[in-house]
Design a protein around this ligand. Structure first.
Ligand code: FAD
Length: 351
């Protein structure tokens, strides 16, 4: 994070479509970086339905969301794309070059910047963003420091060592982080509105055992207020239990895990034409209203668009051809089959 990079093409979104674009670009010798706000690749497939079967991927009669992600990673491995995960692309800037051409700079919320000839926006339904609990003034306590205040994800566990942590939620994230942070925290309190958890049964059982042994606390209720100094430090969480009684817990850290929603997010600010929160493109190159910026996958719009993974793969292949012309204006593009081209096979490491 915080580093400045330069490459040929930067892909915003590491869902299935962004991942496959690495392959199509790679066959044409175009180097790529990928940026995703999630800390893993695979977009909706990996985040929303990793274990659900997909039945309409050509030649895969059945494949789960996680499997297609893993297969794509394997397929694109030869091209050595650079991944910037856990980072949200927040701005794009046009850079006029001395030779009269244009490059683009994409900046993330972590301060990373990537300069490239072309941008491929593969942002799907938008960036995954945490759902926030409805607590007045919660914004003022968000990310006030490493391991303190309100966080919606745990990036570096070490930052939470020795902290008094309140975790809220009943799903796998809430339970996994309860179990992972309990050994290193000063004290962990888990709070959930019902004494019924959606998380994996063995995690719930482990949590209940820790409560019985007095090693952590469990409160059935909802957070109603945060105390401390806005923007500086959190000192406690006020919880209303199911009998309407108020309980105050001293805390340095509050971690609500209420799931994720998809919001178009910063892509709306990139200065591109939009059509109902989608990015209109042509169907020859999948280029947006701005030359050198492409949009592929669920994020784009054109007459007849189908929000299917297979459509996104096709769009990536055609966009890659157009990107080639910007990246290598003097080179001739030769159409080749992977089956018969020893040049392509060399790139794939199979020859
Ligand atoms: P996504 O998978 O949405 O990935 C986009 C990525 O971009 C996300 O990871 C997001 O975090 C990231 N991102 C967005 N904005 C930013 C930003 N500013 N900075 C950083 N990162 C950003 N399709 C099928 O073809 N067959 C099926 O059977 C099928 N079943 C489905 C079942 C379910 C339950 C769901 C929810 C979807 C299903 N789909 C199916 C649809 C399919 O998952 C999508 O078409 C596909 O995921 C689109 O891929 P994508 O790469 O365009 O976008």
């Amino acid at each position: 994070a915080g580093q400045a990079w330069e490459t040929d093409a930067v892909i915003i979104g590491a869902g299935p479509v962004g991942l496959f674009a690495v392959f199509e670009l790679g066959l044409l010798d175009i180097k790529a970086h990928l940026i995703d706000i999630l800390d893993k690749v695979g977009g909706q497939c990996a985040e929303l339905y990793p274990e659900k079967p997909i039945y309409d991927i050509p030649a895969w009669p059945i494949i789960t969301g996680q499997e297609i992600t893993d297969r794509l990673l394997e397929q694109i491995a030869p091209f050595g794309a650079k991944y910037h995960l856990g980072e949200m692309a927040v701005a794009v800037e046009k850079l006029e070059q001395d030779d009269g051409t244009t490059k683009w700079k994409v900046t993330t919320d972590q301060g990373t910047s990537v300069i490239a000839r072309c941008i491929l926006i593969a942002a799907g339904g938008g960036s995954f963003q945490p759902k926030k609990p409805p607590i007045p003034g919660i914004d003022g306590f968000e990310y006030i420091g490493a391991g303190i205040g309100v966080h919606y994800a745990v990036r570096k566990m070490e930052a939470f060592r020795g902290k008094r942590i309140v975790i809220s939620g009943g799903g796998d994230s809430a339970l996994d982080w309860t179990l992972n942070l309990q050994p290193i925290a000063e004290r962990v309190t888990l709070m959930h509105r019902r004494d019924d958890f959606r998380a994996a049964p063995h995690s719930v059982a482990q949590m209940r055992k820790l409560v019985e042994e007095g090693k952590m606390d469990l409160i059935i209720g909802q957070a109603t207020a945060l105390s401390g100094e806005t923007g500086h430090k959190l000192t406690g969480v006020t919880i209303e239990d199911n009998d309407g009684k108020e309980i105050h817990i001293d805390a340095d850290t509050f971690l609500p895990f209420f799931g994720l929603t998809m919001k178009l997010g910063p892509v709306a600010e990139f200065g591109l034409n939009l059509h109902e929160n989608l990015i209109p493109v042509d169907t020859e190159k999948f280029e947006t209203s701005t030359p050198q910026i492409f949009a592929i996958g669920d994020i784009n719009y054109y007459p007849g668009k189908l929000k299917l993974i297979l459509s996104g793969f096709h769009e990536g292949a055609l966009a890659a051809q157009a990107v080639f012309r910007y990246v290598f204006p003097d080179k001739k593009l030769r159409f080749q089959y992977t089956t018969s081209s020893s040049d392509l096979q060399k790139k794939l490491g199979v020859k």
